[in-house]
Design a protein around this ligand. Structure first.
Ligand SMILES: Nc1nc2c(ncn2[C@@H]2O[C@H](COP(=O)(O)OP(=O)(O)OP(=O)(O)O)[C@@H](O)[C@H]2O)c(=O)[nH]1
Ligand SMILES: [Mg+2]
Length: 451
């Protein structure tokens, strides 16, 4: 556990050049130190919670013209006394201010240390702290909203509800163990086991790893097909720039090319791959292997089939092997529906869109298809979407199922109680109530410096 009695400081804005940069200080000495290095323009004292204009002066040298504020605790981010200095956004200035602050006895904050203090001082719990980090990393509107809900305490609230249900259950069980004559044994045992299963179901229902991953990292979409099918052209059209080389030579793309586009607040990571074919060219061979890997790991597989040539055996094999979520029948501008009939017959039940990168036909439809496809995954109302929370919730559910089966098998009730307590402890891991130091450190070590 880190020391929290000292005063820490860090740059809270990204390092490098910018309009302004913010240096943040937290701990018992923050106000004194800020007053030591800051002179208000009017010469008056600093007024708490008022942003004041003035200069940072260190050893009689003016470092910069800044705005500064002192924030007495406990109504601050860390609940400690804090201060912020907004200086011009040069790294040289930030470094000078930080070194002046250090000379006054402050130390550099570790990554996430401000949030760690907010957690230790009881302003936020662990799940909320993780919500803050998700918010900072949010990749689109969806992830922003979900992170904000987590930061506001959605995860913590669900944990508290379930914990109180478990506490009631444990109290009932204790009464039963202590005064077995006063309750109807079979009825109580049945109720306990039912309740355990009900809570386990509730926890499992609230887990959706896929939802969280899509919100935070986006959806991985692989464009695949035979060489020259038009994959790179579709990638370029979707992202609105000539990212991948397009040529009439089959086998142009060798490497994986991945670009992200935001649609409806969702990040789509579109992957263009090498055309799939048997080849003796060693470089192309590696490309084909990489393409296969990208196809395997994608959330959505889009197979492109060139409408300007008759579909052959390879196309039918690809349909079998890849099992695409959608087929794009490409080059619509040079082939009418009649000409694509054989392809449509071969595709069977798989949805398809006729598309042209040259004329833009079908592009809007393709975008809509992508959004609708993902919408259903995201519309699931799941409380737990971060791996750490999901694992804890699932472990808690497992203990509850164990408890239920112990009751059903007429095992000693003390054993049931052990599982109930274990389930409660697992849930406490999520909010941090009884998370180990190692878990807490791991969570905060992923934070940015200055947050
Ligand atoms: N008429 C027409 N030609 C297209 C269209 N899309 C692609 N092409 C042409 O088809 C050829 C191959 O296009 P690419 O986008 O490079 O195809 P690819 O699937 O990436 O090919 P590889 O990288 O070799 O696997 C190029 O000559 C493109 O100009 C289209 O919508 N209409
Ligand atoms: Mg290509």
């Amino acid at each position: 556990m880190r020391m929290i009695r000292d005063t820490i400081a860090a740059q809270s804005t990204v390092s490098g050049e910018g309009g302004i940069a913010i240096v943040r200080i937290s701990g018992p000495d923050s106000i004194r130190v800020t007053k030591d290095i800051f002179r208000t323009a009017s010469g008056c004292d600093m007024d708490p919670r008022h942003l004041m204009y003035g200069r940072v002066v260190w050893k009689e040298e003016i470092i910069d013209e800044v705005m500064a504020v002192i924030l007495p605790g406990p109504h601050t981010y860390t609940k400690e006394d804090m201060a912020e200095i907004q200086c011009h956004g040069s790294q040289v200035i930030v470094n000078r201010i930080l070194s002046a602050v250090m000379e006054c006895g402050v130390r550099m904050a570790e990554p996430g240390e401000f949030s760690y203090r907010a957690f230790i001082n009881g302003r936020i719990d662990l799940a909320q702290a993780e919500g803050i980090m998700r918010l900072i990393h949010s990749s689109g509107e969806r992830s922003r909203k979900s992170a904000l809900r987590q930061m506001d305490g959605l995860v913590s609230k669900e944990i508290r509800i379930v914990q109180s249900m478990l506490a009631d259950l444990a109290a009932g069980l204790a009464a039963f163990i202590d005064f077995p004559d006063e309750v109807d044994e079979s009825e109580t045992a049945e109720k306990i086991s039912e309740k355990c299963l009900e809570i386990a179901d509730r926890l499992e229902k609230e887990c959706s790893e896929k939802k969280g991953r899509i919100e935070d990292e986006g959806v991985f979409v692989a464009l695949c097909g035979k060489p020259n099918a038009g994959k790179s052209s579709i990638l370029n059209t979707l992202i609105g720039q000539e990212r991948a080389i397009v040529s009439e030579i089959p086998g142009t793309t060798r490497d994986i090319i991945r670009e992200s586009v935001l649609m409806n607040g969702i990040r789509f990571n579109i992957t263009d791959t090498a055309g799939l074919r048997d080849t003796d060219n060693p470089v192309e061979k590696i490309g084909v292997e990489r393409a296969k890997q990208a196809i395997d790991t994608a959330d959505l597989r889009i197979l492109l089939v060139d409408s300007s040539e008759m579909p052959d055996q390879t196309v039918s094999e690809m349909l079998q092997e890849i099992r695409p979520d959608l087929v794009l029948i490409s080059k619509k501008d040079i082939q009418d529906e009649d000409g694509s009939r054989e392809i449509i017959r071969m595709i069977g039940d798989c949805p398809h869109i006729r598309i042209s990168a040259s004329s833009g036909e079908g592009i809007r439809q393709f975008r809509e298809w992508l959004c609708e496809k993902v919408e259903s995954d995201l519309s699931r109302e799941a409380v737990f979407s971060q791996t750490r929370h999901i694992e804890a919730a699932k472990r808690a559910a497992k203990h509850l199922r164990n408890a239920a089966s112990s009751v059903e098998n007429e095992m000693p009730l003390d054993l049931v109680n052990i599982d109930l307590i274990a389930a409660m402890e697992e849930l406490g891991q999520v909010t941090g109530e009884n998370a180990t130091e190692a878990v807490i450190d791991r969570v905060f070590s992923t934070f940015c410096v200055g947050k």
